[in-house]
Design a protein around this ligand. Structure first.
Ligand code: PMV
Length: 309
C-alpha cells in the first residue's frame, strides 16, 4: 500500500532546554528507518499482533493518522533504539508518513505535526525537535522567535516552536554510542523536577538557549573552533542538569585531542555523544578505545520520503 522512510538526527545544541521553549539546533543523519504499511486482516507490527504497550509509537501513530481498516506495519531500522539518535521519532515519522501517503495526504509538515502529537502521547513531555528534524531533514533550528528560513510553527501548552531550515552540509561528525539504553521520558521529567526547585538549573537552561543561537551563527560561517567550544560548554551544562553519564564523559574526553569539540547528544543518561572532527578515522578509533561504538555520519540527510505508493 505504501512505504516511507525517515532519518534519525543528532541534536548539536539545545536538548532538554528546548522542552522549556528554548531554541535547539538539530541535524538529520544518513541512518534511516523504513515503515511499510499493507492492508491486513488485523493490526500487526512486524508480524505480531499490535499491542499498545509494546508498540507504543506505532499504535499511537495509527490513532493519530489512520482511522481506517486494519493494516500491518513493518519497520526496518538502521538506528539503535534508545541511542539518543532519534529512533522513536524516525519510526513515528516514517509510520505516520506511510499512513498519510496511503490516504493521499502526505506532506512533510503534516507528518511533523502528527508525529509530534504521537511523541507527546507516548512520552508525556516532548518538543517537536526530533519529529520536525526527521520530517524536514537537513538542518533544523527550532526557536521561540520567528527567524529566516521558517518552515512551520508548532504551538502546545503555552510553548511556541518555530521550525526553520538550516544548511549544514560540509561538517563531519562521529557519533559515539555507549550501548547504554536510556528512555527519554524519565530524563525529561527529572530535568523538569530539578528546574522547578533549583534556580541554577533554570539558569543553565537559559545559557543553553544562548549557546544554540551562537552555534547557529557559527554554523553559517562553518566556524568549527567556535562550534567545538560551544559543544564542550553545552556538555558541561547538561551534566549539571543530571542527564550525563560516566560512559559519555569517557567518550567526550577521548575526543579532546582529535576533535574540535564533543558533547552528549539527545536525552543523555547513556545513549550517544557526538564529536565534530576533520579526522573521523582517528576520532572513531579514540571512541572505540574508550569503550564506545563509533558511527561516522553524513549530516543534512533528506527528510521523510515516500519510497513506494
Ligand atoms: O532521546 P532523543 O534523542 O529523542 O532526544 C530527546 C531530546 C530532548 O530534548 C531531551 C527531548 C525533546 O523532546 O526535545
Amino acid at each position: 500500500m505504501s512505504r516511507c522512510s525517515a532519518p534519525g538526527k543528532i541534536i548539536l545544541f539545545g536538548e532538554h532546554a528546548v522542552v522549556f521553549g528554548k531554541p535547539a539546533l538539530a541535524l538529520a543523519i544518513d541512518l534511516r528507518i523504513v515503515s511499510d504499511v499493507q492492508p491486513s486482516d488485523e493490526f500487526t507490527v512486524n508480524g505480531h499482533p499490535m499491542k499498545k504497550r509494546h508498540h507504543a509509537y506505532i499504535s499511537a501513530s495509527l490513532d493519530e493518522a489512520w482511522g481506517g481498516p486494519p493494516v500491518s506495519v513493518r519497520t526496518i531500522s538502521a538506528i539503535p533504539s534508545g541511542s539518543g539518535l532519534g529512533s522513536s521519532a524516525a519510526v513515528t515519522v516514517s509510520c505516520v508518513g506511510g499512513l498519510l501517503a496511503a490516504k493521499d495526504q502526505f506532506s512533510p509538515e503534516l507528518v511533523a505535526r502528527k508525529a509530534f502529537e504521537v511523541e507527546l502521547t507516548v512520552q508525556g513531555r516532548a518538543s517537536p525537535t526530533d519529529t520536525s528534524t526527521s520530517a524536514h531533514g537537513q538542518g533544523v533550528l527550532i526557536s521561540p522567535e520567528r527567524l529566516d528560513g521558517l518552515l512551520w510553527k508548532i504551538e502546545k501548552g503555552g510553548s511556541t516552536w518555530n521550525i526553520h531550515h538550516r544548511d549544514v552540509m560540509g561538517l563531519t561528525f562521529v557519533i559515539g554510542y555507549t550501548g547504554i539504553h536510556a528512555a527519554t521520558g524519565p530524563l525529561v521529567a527529572n530535568v523538569k523536577k530539578l528546574v522547578d526547585v533549583e534556580p541554577s538549573a533554570a539558569r543553565s537552561i537559559d545559557r543553553i538557549g544562548e549557546i544554540v543561537m551562537d552555534g547557529a551563527d557559527a554554523i553559517k560561517t562553518r566556524d568549527k573552533k567556535r562550534l567545538g567550544s560551544l559543544m564542550r560548554e553545552n556538555h558541561e551544562l547538561l551534566n549539571g542538569l543530571g542527564v550525563g553519564h560516566e560512559a559519555l564523559d569517557k567518550l567526550v574526553s577521548a575526543c579532546q585531542e582529535n576533535a574540535y569539540g564533543a558533547k552528549l547528544t539527545g536525552a543523555g543518561g547513556g545513549g550517544s555523544m557526538v564529536a565534530l572532527t576533520d579526522d573521523p578515522k582517528v576520532t572513531s578509533e579514540a571512541i572505540r578505545k574508550a569503550g564506545g561504538e563509533p558511527i561516522t555520519v553524513r549530516v543534512g540527510a533528506q527528510g521523510v520520503r515516500v519510497e513506494k505508493r
